[in-house]
Design a protein around this ligand. Sequence first.
Ligand SMILES: *[C@@H]1O[C@H](CO)[C@@H](O)[C@H](O)[C@H]1NC(C)=O
Ligand SMILES: *[C@@H]1O[C@H](CO)[C@@H](O)[C@H](O)[C@H]1NC(C)=O
Length: 274
Amino acid sequence: MLTSGQFDLLCLHLLLSSVAEDFHFSGQVIVTVFIGDSLTCHPAEYEVNNECCPMCPAGSRVRIDCTEYRSTSCLPCVDGTFTEKANGLKKCFSCTSCDPGSGLTVKKSCSGTSDTVCEPREGFLCVDSSDRNGCAAVRKHRSCEPGQYIHQKGWSSSDTQCSPCSDGTFSDGNSTTCQQHTQCEELGLLQTTAGNTSADAQCEEEKPTGTIIGVSVGLVLVVLLVILSVGVVMFFKRKRILKVNCICQVSHRSEKTPMRSLKKFFFFFSVFVI
Ligand SMILES: *[C@@H]1O[C@H](CO)[C@@H](O)[C@H](O)[C@H]1NC(C)=O
Ligand SMILES: *[C@@H]1O[C@H](CO)[C@@H](O)[C@H](O)[C@H]1NC(C)=O
């Protein structure tokens, strides 16, 4: 557009110059500008073909411009389009779509007279709220590292705040608190891995092999004890028989049988085992 100063200068130039072919085009432009400027329509009117026509109300658009005989003909905006103000537009504006893929969601649907208003989806932070229609750009909330907990959950206009877990507690970064480490001993379990701020302590049941060994040893001892007892009993029995034999002068040579040897063997075997 020409400022009025430029405009005057050009007019002067035109007047002073011989009307040469070169200026023909410029002259036309100036005439148009001059006519356009001179025509001032009422604020509720729009200008078309050097005429002023009544505007169509918000939520509609112009179907047919007014004529000398007819007022402007308007049409409501179809779904997905809108006009916010009274206008002389031939087309309504398209509604903004809040792209879920970009972390936006609809805060307020588009109506015939207002555009869609978008807001950040859960987990997203608005990084450009300059747009009149809510939020124009978002990014994902910061996520806390293992060893940290969510001190303050993020929302549409502030990011997540993380804080470190204190000693004896842990968090994978996904919780709003740090948990105490499991106390394996208190549960009657063995601690296999100590906990740190990012992971819990690892516990394990007491090794069952220990029990098996205990039971086995116990069984063997019982068996040995039985053998020993039998051996001892036999030993004393034999002694008594020998004594009796001696007193009664009964030959005990006959006692030296394989049976006796076996008893003797049993006895010494028992002693040896013990
Ligand atoms: C934290 O949560 C997110 C989603 O909720 C999940 O994808 C991620 O695996 C979790 N991290 C851990 C360490 O569990
Ligand atoms: C914490 O312990 C886990 C497993 O017990 C291990 O993978 C991780 O590296 C440890 N983190 C630190 C910071 O020591």
